[in-house]
Write a protein that binds this ligand. Structure first.
Ligand SMILES: [Zn+2]
Length: 616
């Protein structure tokens, strides 16, 4: 069955050193449940609701009133589960060594599977009613209107749904559906041998994923090269093992697509959200014609770093160093000023949130790393897990995650629960738009050219990472899945060859922009997102859309702000591509991508003007 309801954790990953323990920098979980017994009581309530729901079996078509009562009960139970789950996850993540939190999360897992089992009859029974009868029922009971989109989404699955027996077989094989992903995760997270390197100060460093991410940024070029050579050298030893897990995951995608009568893996996956394949193709076409902009950035980077022959291992060291510290209070104040162009209501809601302990700010031992916004608990408020390290990066992450939080807030206020949980296709628009507004604000308040170059450089690097890199991943996924869909083999070495060709084209290796060493083309084996096919393209489409939105909002174009806020409030009341289009951005056309490229060129014009002034 189509996965209609999901819980999104919208996050970035970074690592912070310091930690502090202070109530005002911790979230208040009592807003969800005031005591363990309150969670227990709600869990009991959920079990009762699942029990009552069983009486709906075979009755959905009885009358419009009965249908409404059953759908109400289903979504009431789902809403309750989300709140129970939110509390369990947040409690676990604030201290992963707390057995209470882990136990609660396991109990939430059991509740989830009971809810899934208890509601499994709904979609097949709704499908069996057929579109005609569903329409009749809808017209008989106006209060059913809030379920219109949900019912349409269920109905869409009809041509991709098999007989009861067929669905049973698919469900049975579901048990082994994620074998390749599981092997990949356990191997790369726990058992894969990692390289050790000796740093110039004599200390030894282990190059696991976080070690790699940390040491590839260092100032010494020799160390950066050593980090790349050793990290990718270690990865390369498992090229065929990791190639096999990825190949098997792609074959799984193809099997799932073909048994459900889709022509290929890509259209099957995009159909989950009814996103037109033209969006995906337009993104790839546009990013390819925009490569000269990426090359301009890379040449600028080479010049600012003073490196005549830029290599792939030179991409992560910061363009300009800054020691400025940004406390959580400063992050709040800057973000609040930055979002002023979004209008009073948005600013007011955000200010309110700041006083109410939605956020767990600082790193602590046993706290989950990275950062995310958890917006599952409808009618309560979003929660944000951060690992604030007082860097500008932390401020940008704060603005980003608060973009998700405000999106959740506005959608929850405007929509009934069933239509509130927006899709990932829209989600990253709300967060990256705030990042862009933050940059505009920082440029306004910067006191020196160095500071300005620092913010502009950080924005450029961000665009490389969220637009060009993700679009390149998207192209890699498209091309490799096409090979698998045709029934052809793909070895680890072949994946490296394909990835290397893309990498060289994107980074301008033949034009002498960035030299790509062949060893580094095994990078595909390091990207866990490839096990969740055709997902990352949404980062690239979102940042393109938000670029167009942010430009229009900052320039105070008539109606732009209202259309954007309307998009946030719309939640999941329609298909995401349609919602974004209604707000004025058609992601199947070149305009949003061209706006992003123009924006990137404007940023580079500014940097060049500033450096020319200094006689660089
Ligand atoms: Zn995000």
């Amino acid at each position: 069955m189509r996965r209609i309801f999901g819980i999104l954790l919208l996050g970035l990953t970074f690592h912070g050193p310091a930690w502090a323990d202070d109530g005002q920098y911790r979230w208040n979980l009592a807003d969800l449940y005031s005591s363990p017994s309150a969670w227990d009581a709600d869990a009991k309530e959920l079990s009762d609701e699942i029990g009552s729901l069983q009486a709906c079996q075979g009755q959905l078509g009885d009358s419009a009133t009965r249908l409404k009562a059953c759908l109400d009960l289903n979504f009431e139970a789902t809403k309750r589960f989300y709140r129970l789950f939110a509390f369990a996850l947040l409690r676990r993540d604030q201290d992963t060594s707390d057995t209470g939190g882990n136990e609660l999360l396991q109990r939430a897992g059991v509740l989830r599977s009971r809810l899934n089992q208890g509601t499994a009859f709904l979609q097949p029974e709704l499908l069996a009613l057929g579109p005609k009868q569903v329409q009749t029922l809808l017209s008989e009971e106006p209060a059913l209107a809030i379920y219109g989109h949900y019912l349409d989404n269920v109905e869409r699955a009809s041509s991709h749904t098999l007989t009861k027996e067929g669905e049973g077989v698919i469900a049975a094989f579901g048990l082994i559906d994620n074998t390749a992903d599981s092997v990949y995760t356990i191997f790369t997270n726990a058992e894969m041998p990692r390289a050790m390197i000796k740093l110039p100060d004599g200390t030894e460093a282990r190059l696991d994923d976080s070690g790699y991410e940390q040491y590839r940024q260092v100032e010494s070029r020799d160390v950066r090269k050593l980090v790349f050579d050793e990290f990718w050298g270690a990865q390369k030893k498992f090229e065929e093992t990791l190639g096999t897990t990825l190949y098997k995951a792609m074959q799984r995608d193809w099997v799932n697509a073909s048994v459900r009568h889709y022509p290929d893996s890509l259209s099957a996956k995009l159909d989950d959200d009814k996103v037109p394949v033209a969006v995906y193709q337009t993104l790839i076409e546009q990013v390819n014609s925009g490569l000269p902009t990426l090359h301009r950035y890379l040449r600028l980077r080479a010049r600012l770093l003073g490196i005549p022959d830029l290599h792939y291992y030179d991409l992560y060291s910061p363009l300009v160093h800054s020691d400025r510290k940004y406390s959580p209070e400063v992050a709040e104040a800057l973000t609040l000023k930055a979002v002023e162009p979004l209008g009073e209501v948005y600013v007011h809601e955000m200010r309110e949130a700041f006083g109410h302990r939605w956020v767990d700010f600082y790193p602590r031992p046993h706290k989950t790393s990275g950062g995310y916004m958890m917006g599952a608990a409808y009618n309560v408020h979003p929660y944000l897990l951060l690992n604030h390290d007082d860097s500008y990066e932390s401020v940008s992450t704060f603005a980003h995650e608060f973009g998700h939080a405000m999106h959740t807030r506005l959608a929850d206020e405007a929509q009934p629960f069933v239509n509130s949980k927006y899709s990932i296709f829209v989600a990253e628009i709300a967060s990256t738009c705030n990042e862009e507004l933050l940059l505009e604000h920082m440029l306004k308040v910067s006191k020196s050219d160095d500071e300005r170059i620092f913010y502009l450089g950080s924005a450029l690097e961000n665009l490389r990472g969220t637009f060009f890199r993700q679009a390149m991943f998207a192209e890699f996924e498209r091309d490799t899945h096409q090979i698998v869909d045709r029934g052809e083999p793909l070895s680890g070495a072949a994946l490296t060859r394909l990835y290397g060709d893309l990498l060289k084209r994107y980074y301008g290796d033949p034009e002498g922009v960035v030299k790509i060493d062949d060893l580094y083309a095994v990078e595909w084996s390091f990207i866990p997102h490839f096990y969740n096919a055709f997902y990352v393209y949404q980062y690239a489409t979102s940042v393109a859309a938000s670029s167009l939105f942010a430009d229009a909002i900052v320039q105070r174009k008539s109606g732009a702000r209202e259309r954007y806020l309307e998009l946030l409030r719309a939640g999941n009341s329609d298909y995401p591509y349609e919602l974004v289009k209604k707000a004025g951005v058609d992601l199947a056309t070149p305009a949003p991508y061209q706006s992003l490229l123009a924006r990137m060129n404007r940023i580079m014009d500014q940097i060049e003007a500033l450096t020319a002034k200094r006689g660089h």
